[in-house]
Ligand binder design. Sequence first.
Ligand code: MRU
Length: 366
Amino acid sequence: MAIIESVRWSPAGDAVRIIDQTQLPGRLVERDLRSIDDVCEAIGRLAVRGAPAIGIAGAMGLVTALIPSARESRAVFEGTLRAYAARIRATRPTAVNLPRALDRMLACAAEVGGSASNVLAALRAEATALLEEDRAMCRRIGENALPLISDGASVLTHCNAGALATGGIGTALAPIYLAHEAGRRVRVFVDETRPLLQGSRLTAWELSRAGIPVTVIADGAAASLMRAGAVDLCIVGADRIAANGDVANKVGTYAAALAAQHHGLPFYVAAPTSTLDPSLPNGDAIPIERRSGDELACLGAVRLTPPAADIDNPAFDVTPAEMVTAIVTDVGVFRRPFDFSGGRGDRGDRGNVASITSTTSITSTS
Ligand code: MRU
């Protein structure tokens, strides 16, 4: 499989090099982010997107934005670090990976002694570790979810939880890549994912590039496709999973889960342990990002709605835990009733989630 690196260091290490996802599928363009404005704009505009990828880009972007401050005193540097971390944190509220990555960067800085440049070097190593850990977690999710994808399977997914959204081979798409690599025949149906079309623009792009058969459907077509017997299972990613297993993911996920439940189809969520947020008891506490109405009302320069109509554009919804068949993580497969408190899931053998479940609450912007 040709590697897609959605986020990486530039060769000189002075910038975060991202694939500008707003340009896909038309053009594969990379952009170098250096300043705090570059980083916040790219995350806010979804040039880099997907829960794990924004955590990584936020951490790496913090480093590159701080490069000019490495000549300052430690106190000045730390003031700038806190201000920049707060700005990056405020860009997108729903995915917990972003505040978690930033908290980890702040904790790293607090542990390092010496000059500002010492701290910067430690922060660079921490951000690199985040990227590498995410890559490894994606592969483990893929391995843990691989038994779900049998030869000839038809899978429905929503949004993009693939390589573009992570530092590795994705979450929901990871088992699909591994099944394809293993010679299993897989067909993917992907909801176009209104309004920003992460399904038709991004998932269809990366799967077809890998030679995996993919069919784009309108979001509203999923239910009748299931009724027709064309779907064997659904698998989606997540932006934040509450302690009880409620799952926030791209708006429209809940509707897909409802349709799957009605048709007796399994509905799986694939996510790294960095997406679990045990500080929130259930999905009602998950902050849901509301984005500009123009994303819904306009197609390029063309206005699709009358000016007098109000627009409501929540970017995410919450799928109740009782509708989720299983949550596949890097440490194993969790089934209802979900309990992440130190468990490993039923196929996990590479660590546990105790460190995550014991974290204090994640600082939220809302
Ligand atoms: O608004 P986006 O495109 O960042 O939303 C992305 C999603 O909802 C993904 O499904 C989720 O982040 C999981 S990515 C592995």
